[in-house]
Design a protein around this ligand. Structure first.
Ligand code: FRU
Length: 294
Protein backbone atom coordinates (compact mmCIF):
# COMPACT_ATOMS: atom_id res chain seq x y z
CA UNK A 1 0.00 0.00 0.00
CA UNK A 2 2.93 2.29 0.64
CA UNK A 3 3.88 2.49 -3.02
CA UNK A 4 2.46 5.93 -3.62
CA UNK A 5 4.11 7.11 -0.40
CA UNK A 6 7.19 9.11 -1.14
CA UNK A 7 8.11 10.07 2.42
CA UNK A 8 8.02 8.10 5.63
CA UNK A 9 7.84 10.55 8.53
CA UNK A 10 8.02 9.50 12.17
CA UNK A 11 6.57 11.53 14.99
CA UNK A 12 7.51 10.69 18.56
CA UNK A 13 4.86 12.20 20.84
CA UNK A 14 5.48 12.27 24.59
CA UNK A 15 1.96 11.34 25.71
CA UNK A 16 -1.56 11.35 24.34
CA UNK A 17 -3.72 11.69 27.43
CA UNK A 18 -3.38 15.43 28.11
CA UNK A 19 -5.92 17.56 26.20
CA UNK A 20 -3.21 19.66 24.55
CA UNK A 21 -1.42 16.52 23.31
CA UNK A 22 -4.68 15.11 21.92
CA UNK A 23 -5.18 18.37 20.00
CA UNK A 24 -1.56 18.25 18.81
CA UNK A 25 -2.04 14.76 17.32
CA UNK A 26 -5.34 15.83 15.76
CA UNK A 27 -3.58 18.79 14.13
CA UNK A 28 -0.73 16.72 12.72
CA UNK A 29 -3.13 14.04 11.42
CA UNK A 30 -5.30 16.67 9.73
CA UNK A 31 -2.21 18.08 8.02
CA UNK A 32 -1.02 14.60 7.03
CA UNK A 33 -4.39 13.94 5.38
CA UNK A 34 -3.60 16.78 2.95
CA UNK A 35 -0.39 15.02 1.82
CA UNK A 36 -1.09 11.64 0.22
CA UNK A 37 2.63 11.27 -0.50
CA UNK A 38 3.38 11.11 3.23
CA UNK A 39 3.19 8.06 5.47
CA UNK A 40 3.05 9.34 9.06
CA UNK A 41 3.95 7.07 11.95
CA UNK A 42 2.99 8.41 15.38
CA UNK A 43 4.35 6.81 18.55
CA UNK A 44 3.16 7.40 22.12
CA UNK A 45 5.84 7.77 24.79
CA UNK A 46 3.24 7.22 27.52
CA UNK A 47 4.76 10.16 29.39
CA UNK A 48 7.91 8.17 30.18
CA UNK A 49 11.40 9.11 29.04
CA UNK A 50 12.50 5.44 28.62
CA UNK A 51 9.50 4.63 26.47
CA UNK A 52 10.02 7.71 24.30
CA UNK A 53 13.74 6.93 23.87
CA UNK A 54 12.78 3.41 22.71
CA UNK A 55 10.20 4.91 20.31
CA UNK A 56 12.78 7.18 18.69
CA UNK A 57 15.29 4.31 18.41
CA UNK A 58 12.57 2.32 16.73
CA UNK A 59 11.81 5.10 14.24
CA UNK A 60 15.52 5.40 13.44
CA UNK A 61 15.62 1.65 12.78
CA UNK A 62 12.63 2.02 10.45
CA UNK A 63 14.75 4.51 8.48
CA UNK A 64 12.22 7.33 8.51
CA UNK A 65 12.98 10.14 6.06
CA UNK A 66 12.37 12.74 8.78
CA UNK A 67 11.86 12.60 12.54
CA UNK A 68 9.55 14.88 14.47
CA UNK A 69 9.90 14.74 18.24
CA UNK A 70 8.13 16.47 21.11
CA UNK A 71 10.19 15.41 24.13
CA UNK A 72 9.13 14.54 27.65
CA UNK A 73 12.17 16.40 28.93
CA UNK A 74 15.37 17.83 27.45
CA UNK A 75 18.20 15.88 29.05
CA UNK A 76 16.79 12.35 28.71
CA UNK A 77 15.93 12.71 25.02
CA UNK A 78 19.08 14.51 23.86
CA UNK A 79 21.14 11.33 23.26
CA UNK A 80 18.64 9.64 21.04
CA UNK A 81 17.92 12.83 19.08
CA UNK A 82 21.68 13.10 18.51
CA UNK A 83 21.61 9.48 17.32
CA UNK A 84 19.02 10.39 14.68
CA UNK A 85 21.05 13.40 13.61
CA UNK A 86 24.17 11.20 13.33
CA UNK A 87 22.15 8.80 11.18
CA UNK A 88 21.55 11.78 8.81
CA UNK A 89 17.84 11.91 9.57
CA UNK A 90 16.51 15.48 9.54
CA UNK A 91 15.11 16.19 13.00
CA UNK A 92 12.29 18.62 13.82
CA UNK A 93 12.02 19.35 17.52
CA UNK A 94 8.52 20.44 18.57
CA UNK A 95 7.35 22.43 21.63
CA UNK A 96 9.91 21.20 24.22
CA UNK A 97 13.58 21.34 23.30
CA UNK A 98 16.60 19.07 23.76
CA UNK A 99 20.15 19.99 24.84
CA UNK A 100 21.61 20.23 21.35
CA UNK A 101 21.22 22.69 18.50
CA UNK A 102 22.26 20.19 15.80
CA UNK A 103 18.66 19.53 14.79
CA UNK A 104 17.17 20.79 11.53
CA UNK A 105 14.49 22.99 13.06
CA UNK A 106 12.60 23.87 16.22
CA UNK A 107 8.88 24.70 16.03
CA UNK A 108 7.06 25.98 19.10
CA UNK A 109 5.60 28.87 21.04
CA UNK A 110 7.64 31.59 22.75
CA UNK A 111 7.28 30.53 26.36
CA UNK A 112 9.28 33.44 27.77
CA UNK A 113 6.96 35.85 25.97
CA UNK A 114 3.91 33.99 27.29
CA UNK A 115 5.39 34.03 30.80
CA UNK A 116 5.94 37.78 30.56
CA UNK A 117 2.39 38.35 29.34
CA UNK A 118 1.10 36.27 32.27
CA UNK A 119 3.31 38.18 34.72
CA UNK A 120 2.21 41.53 33.38
CA UNK A 121 -1.43 40.53 33.71
CA UNK A 122 -0.88 39.16 37.22
CA UNK A 123 0.57 42.53 38.28
CA UNK A 124 -2.48 44.26 36.81
CA UNK A 125 -4.87 41.88 38.62
CA UNK A 126 -3.08 42.46 41.92
CA UNK A 127 -3.37 46.22 41.83
CA UNK A 128 -1.17 47.51 39.03
CA UNK A 129 2.44 48.50 38.49
CA UNK A 130 4.17 49.72 41.63
CA UNK A 131 1.08 48.96 43.76
CA UNK A 132 0.55 45.27 43.21
CA UNK A 133 0.19 43.21 46.37
CA UNK A 134 -0.87 39.66 47.17
CA UNK A 135 0.09 36.06 47.79
CA UNK A 136 0.90 34.07 44.70
CA UNK A 137 1.00 30.32 44.19
CA UNK A 138 2.96 29.22 41.13
CA UNK A 139 2.60 25.63 39.97
CA UNK A 140 5.44 24.55 37.73
CA UNK A 141 5.23 22.23 34.75
CA UNK A 142 7.87 19.52 34.37
CA UNK A 143 11.14 20.71 35.92
CA UNK A 144 13.21 19.08 33.17
CA UNK A 145 11.51 21.08 30.41
CA UNK A 146 12.42 24.43 28.91
CA UNK A 147 8.79 25.63 28.64
CA UNK A 148 8.40 25.44 32.44
CA UNK A 149 11.59 27.42 33.04
CA UNK A 150 10.73 30.03 30.40
CA UNK A 151 7.18 30.38 31.72
CA UNK A 152 8.63 30.92 35.20
CA UNK A 153 11.37 33.37 34.18
CA UNK A 154 9.09 35.47 31.99
CA UNK A 155 6.45 35.77 34.72
CA UNK A 156 8.98 36.83 37.35
CA UNK A 157 10.44 39.52 35.09
CA UNK A 158 7.25 41.43 35.91
CA UNK A 159 6.19 40.18 39.32
CA UNK A 160 9.61 40.38 40.98
CA UNK A 161 9.56 44.15 40.49
CA UNK A 162 6.61 44.33 42.90
CA UNK A 163 7.67 44.27 46.55
CA UNK A 164 4.04 43.70 47.56
CA UNK A 165 3.89 40.31 45.87
CA UNK A 166 4.78 37.27 48.00
CA UNK A 167 5.32 33.72 46.77
CA UNK A 168 3.90 30.83 48.75
CA UNK A 169 5.34 27.72 47.10
CA UNK A 170 9.00 27.21 46.37
CA UNK A 171 9.50 25.56 42.96
CA UNK A 172 6.71 23.00 43.27
CA UNK A 173 6.04 21.00 40.13
CA UNK A 174 2.69 19.49 39.18
CA UNK A 175 4.36 17.90 36.12
CA UNK A 176 1.65 19.47 33.90
CA UNK A 177 -1.03 17.32 35.58
CA UNK A 178 -4.38 18.46 36.97
CA UNK A 179 -4.44 15.97 39.85
CA UNK A 180 -0.92 16.83 41.04
CA UNK A 181 -1.76 20.53 40.93
CA UNK A 182 -4.93 19.84 42.91
CA UNK A 183 -2.88 18.23 45.68
CA UNK A 184 -0.29 21.02 45.77
CA UNK A 185 -3.04 23.62 45.98
CA UNK A 186 -5.00 21.71 48.62
CA UNK A 187 -1.89 21.83 50.83
CA UNK A 188 -1.22 25.49 50.06
CA UNK A 189 -4.81 26.32 51.04
CA UNK A 190 -4.42 24.49 54.34
CA UNK A 191 -1.29 26.38 55.33
CA UNK A 192 -2.23 29.83 53.98
CA UNK A 193 -5.30 31.80 54.95
CA UNK A 194 -4.84 34.23 52.12
CA UNK A 195 -4.10 33.27 48.53
CA UNK A 196 -4.77 35.86 45.86
CA UNK A 197 -3.54 34.41 42.62
CA UNK A 198 -2.52 31.09 41.14
CA UNK A 199 -0.24 30.85 38.14
CA UNK A 200 -0.35 27.38 36.63
CA UNK A 201 2.13 26.63 33.86
CA UNK A 202 -0.74 25.07 31.91
CA UNK A 203 -4.54 25.08 32.02
CA UNK A 204 -5.00 21.58 33.45
CA UNK A 205 -2.92 22.62 36.49
CA UNK A 206 -4.62 26.01 36.88
CA UNK A 207 -7.93 24.15 36.76
CA UNK A 208 -6.76 21.56 39.29
CA UNK A 209 -5.90 24.43 41.64
CA UNK A 210 -9.30 25.99 40.99
CA UNK A 211 -11.03 22.74 41.93
CA UNK A 212 -9.02 22.48 45.16
CA UNK A 213 -10.05 26.03 46.08
CA UNK A 214 -13.66 25.33 45.14
CA UNK A 215 -13.75 22.27 47.35
CA UNK A 216 -13.03 24.47 50.38
CA UNK A 217 -15.22 27.35 49.18
CA UNK A 218 -12.35 29.76 48.45
CA UNK A 219 -12.36 29.89 44.65
CA UNK A 220 -14.04 33.32 44.52
CA UNK A 221 -11.17 34.93 46.47
CA UNK A 222 -8.53 33.77 44.01
CA UNK A 223 -7.56 34.59 40.43
CA UNK A 224 -6.39 31.68 38.30
CA UNK A 225 -4.10 32.08 35.30
CA UNK A 226 -3.25 29.21 32.96
CA UNK A 227 -1.61 28.56 29.59
CA UNK A 228 -2.68 26.55 26.48
CA UNK A 229 -6.02 28.19 25.68
CA UNK A 230 -7.56 25.28 23.81
CA UNK A 231 -11.05 26.36 22.72
CA UNK A 232 -12.71 23.25 24.15
CA UNK A 233 -10.72 23.47 27.40
CA UNK A 234 -9.03 26.63 28.74
CA UNK A 235 -11.17 29.08 26.77
CA UNK A 236 -14.33 27.40 28.05
CA UNK A 237 -12.98 27.63 31.60
CA UNK A 238 -12.34 31.34 31.19
CA UNK A 239 -15.77 31.85 29.69
CA UNK A 240 -17.36 30.07 32.67
CA UNK A 241 -15.36 32.24 35.06
CA UNK A 242 -13.32 29.34 36.45
CA UNK A 243 -10.01 30.64 35.12
CA UNK A 244 -9.37 34.38 35.00
CA UNK A 245 -7.14 34.18 31.96
CA UNK A 246 -5.27 31.81 29.71
CA UNK A 247 -2.70 32.34 26.98
CA UNK A 248 -3.01 30.36 23.78
CA UNK A 249 -0.20 27.97 22.96
CA UNK A 250 -0.81 26.77 19.43
CA UNK A 251 0.24 23.16 18.86
CA UNK A 252 3.13 22.75 16.41
CA UNK A 253 1.47 19.69 14.80
CA UNK A 254 0.40 21.16 11.47
CA UNK A 255 3.30 23.58 11.07
CA UNK A 256 5.89 20.98 12.10
CA UNK A 257 4.71 18.50 9.48
CA UNK A 258 4.49 21.18 6.77
CA UNK A 259 8.05 22.25 7.52
CA UNK A 260 9.37 18.68 7.40
CA UNK A 261 7.71 18.09 4.01
CA UNK A 262 9.07 21.38 2.73
CA UNK A 263 12.56 20.34 3.79
CA UNK A 264 12.25 16.87 2.25
CA UNK A 265 11.20 18.53 -1.01
CA UNK A 266 14.54 20.32 -1.06
CA UNK A 267 13.45 23.74 0.17
CA UNK A 268 15.30 25.67 2.83
CA UNK A 269 13.71 25.93 6.27
CA UNK A 270 14.43 28.34 9.10
CA UNK A 271 16.20 27.14 12.22
CA UNK A 272 13.33 28.27 14.46
CA UNK A 273 9.64 28.82 13.81
CA UNK A 274 7.84 30.67 16.61
CA UNK A 275 4.10 30.21 16.92
CA UNK A 276 1.88 33.10 18.11
CA UNK A 277 -0.01 33.53 21.38
CA UNK A 278 -3.13 35.44 22.45
CA UNK A 279 -4.40 36.50 25.85
CA UNK A 280 -7.88 35.13 26.60
CA UNK A 281 -10.00 36.77 29.31
CA UNK A 282 -13.71 37.09 29.95
CA UNK A 283 -13.63 39.93 27.42
CA UNK A 284 -12.80 37.87 24.34
CA UNK A 285 -13.50 34.26 25.43
CA UNK A 286 -17.04 34.13 24.03
CA UNK A 287 -15.89 35.48 20.70
CA UNK A 288 -13.03 32.97 20.49
CA UNK A 289 -15.49 30.16 21.22
CA UNK A 290 -17.83 31.43 18.53
CA UNK A 291 -14.98 31.71 16.00
CA UNK A 292 -14.19 28.07 16.73
CA UNK A 293 -17.78 26.99 16.23
CA UNK A 294 -18.36 26.31 19.93
C1 FRU B 1 1.07 19.00 27.41
C2 FRU B 1 1.73 20.23 27.92
C3 FRU B 1 0.92 21.46 27.66
C4 FRU B 1 1.96 22.49 27.79
C5 FRU B 1 3.10 21.84 27.05
C6 FRU B 1 4.43 22.34 27.46
O1 FRU B 1 1.88 17.87 27.61
O2 FRU B 1 1.92 20.06 29.29
O3 FRU B 1 -0.15 21.62 28.53
O4 FRU B 1 1.61 23.71 27.27
O5 FRU B 1 2.97 20.47 27.32
O6 FRU B 1 5.45 21.63 26.85
Amino acid sequence: YAQDKKWKIGFSQVTTIEPWRAQFNKDILAEAAKHPEVELIITDGEDKTEKQVADVENLIRQEVDALLVSPKESAGLTGVVQQAIDAKIPVFVLDRNVDTKDYTQFVGGDNALIGRAAGEYAVELLGGKGKAAGNVVEIWGGMGTQPAHDRHDGFHEFTDKEPGIKYLLDQQSGDWKQDQAYNLMANALKSNEKIDLVYGHNDPMAYGAYLAAKDVGREKDIKFIGIDGLPNEGVQMVNKGELTATFTYVTPGAEGLRQAIKFLNGEKVEKTITLPTEKITKENAAKVLKDNGL
